[in-house]
Ligand binder design. Structure first.
Ligand code: GLU
Length: 425
């Protein structure tokens, strides 16, 4: 049997992280088993449709590198992969059930007549456990709405069947829909796919995950300076334990280790602190060149790449997100604001002394370091105070990357000009 899985988001707004999370599990399962990963847009709820979110769905998956093998923008054997363009197909299937007497018209809609006796159940491959519902709980439900569009239940089942989906891997919030789906499969006489329902994601306070827990969309996290590697890594560890016990994994490593049997049913907690930590780890794992590229792109390619690259060794231990970079290193690119009030009483003396003689120093780290220490010695300055005065003059901040290293990168001319500017305040 060919493994075929799908992610089937509804374009009803900016893609929710929970949807992207289940897309990742589908992707890992497909790649591990040399199967196909498919994107299908479930856009039949016309009231909740947000047309711009279609592009955001593509962008999210492409940015993360969750490349699909078939989908609306790349084609495949069941194109168009957009449910609103397949209306006629669902109508035919709804009509078929009406003819069979299993569905009936009701106020312009078509309703499925459920079997109210017995139970409907399946073995869910997440946790390998049987889930069962009493059929008495299943009321007749609409499969085709009066606007001619199918409901989620009908379109989802018809497409999973026609697209030969072997495993339906999705969030646990869909479990209660499965009895309806199974009844539909049975009514059509179709084979059931395997069902895999992921646990529900929780916020740190153990309530259902929502925005207030810091759960944003992947694109919003990108905007805040998170790396795709960190987001993928973070999402993978929600509800899945790699057998190796590794905490830092590349997408390749996740694929190699992935197995449905390692999905934990205990609801995973979405902890943004952990994401932040992972992001810092990933920032330090990237090569300098790669990190330079990420920062450059993150800052809209506004700043020279060579300069970014030079500063990275000074800041990479201290940044958790790409957005932290400019806070620490902004002074390399733009003249900082400085104010008289920032400086201590002795600063003017420090800076004047430095300015008098620094012109003579060679502009290399060890030479410059020795040179500055000699100024301190000769004038009996306090080392910390002297360097703080320089730091403020050059950066406008009290917490900065190592200051002498920074001076080397800034260059003699800029360094002296900034000290001069401070003296003239
Ligand atoms: N359209 C549903 C969603 O937005 C798909 C659920 C499923 O995978 O069956 O999540």
């Amino acid at each position: 049997m060919e493994i075929r899985v799908r992610t089937a988001p509804s374009p009803t707004g900016i893609p929710h992280i929970g949807n992207t999370w289940s897309a990742l599990f589908n992707f890992l399962f497909a790649r591990k088993n040399k199967g196909k990963f498919i994107l299908r847009l479930e856009d039949t709820d016309r009231e909740r449709l947000v047309p711009e979110s279609v592009a955001k769905i593509y962008e999210t998956l492409h940015w993360l590198g969750l490349d699909y093998d078939e989908g609306p923008d790349i084609g495949g054997s069941f194109a168009p992969y957009i449910q609103s363009e397949r209306k006629e197909i669902y109508r035919q299937y709804a009509d078929e059930l009406v003819k069979k007497g299993i569905a009936y018209e009701d106020n312009g809609a078509i309703r499925f007549k459920t079997n109210k006796e017995g139970k409907t159940g399946w073995v869910d491959l997440a946790g390998n456990k049987t889930i069962e519902f009493d059929n008495s709980t299943q009321e007749d439900f609409v499969i085709l709405k009066s606007d001619g569009f199918p409901t989620y239940h009908l379109a989802n089942v018809v497409d999973d069947h026609l697209m030969k989906i072997s495993h339906v891997i999705r969030g646990g919030e869909w479990i209660s829909s499965v009895p309806k789906h199974i009844m539909l499969y049975q009514a059509f006489g179709w084979e059931l796919p395997q069902f895999v329902h992921l646990p529900l994601l929780l916020g740190v306070d153990k309530s259902k995950l929502s925005k207030r827990h810091g759960a944003k969309s992947v694109l919003e996290f990108r905007q805040e300076g998170y790396l795709r590697e960190a987001l993928l890594n973070f999402m993978a560890l929600l509800g899945w334990s790699p057998p190796s016990g590794r905490e830092i994994l590349t997408l390749e490593e996740m694929i190699n280790e992935f197995d449905l049997k390692d999905i934990n049913l205990a609801s995973p907690v979405f902890d943004v602190k952990k994401l932040e930590w992972l992001n810092g780890e990933w920032i330090r794992k990237l090569t300098i060149e790669n990190l330079q590229l990420r920062i450059w792109e993150y800052l809209d390619k506004k700043y020279p790449q060579e300069l970014i690259e030079k500063t990275i060794p000074l800041v990479r231990e201290r940044i958790k997100k790409l957005s932290d970079y400019m806070n620490l290193a902004g002074f390399f690119f733009e003249e900082p604001k400085i104010e008289k009030g920032q400086f201590g009483n002795l600063a003017l003396g420090h800076l004047k002394e430095a300015l008098k003689v620094m012109e003579e120093s060679e502009w290399q780290l060890d030479k410059l370091q020795d040179f500055l220490l000699k100024i301190v010695e000769k004038n009996k300055f306090k080392t910390g105070d002297f360097f703080m005065s320089l730091r403020l003059a050059l950066t406008g901040q009290r917490v900065t990357p190592p200051i002498v290293e920074s001076m080397v990168i800034l260059g003699k001319e800029k360094t002296l000009a900034r000290i001069n500017r401070a003296v003239n305040l």
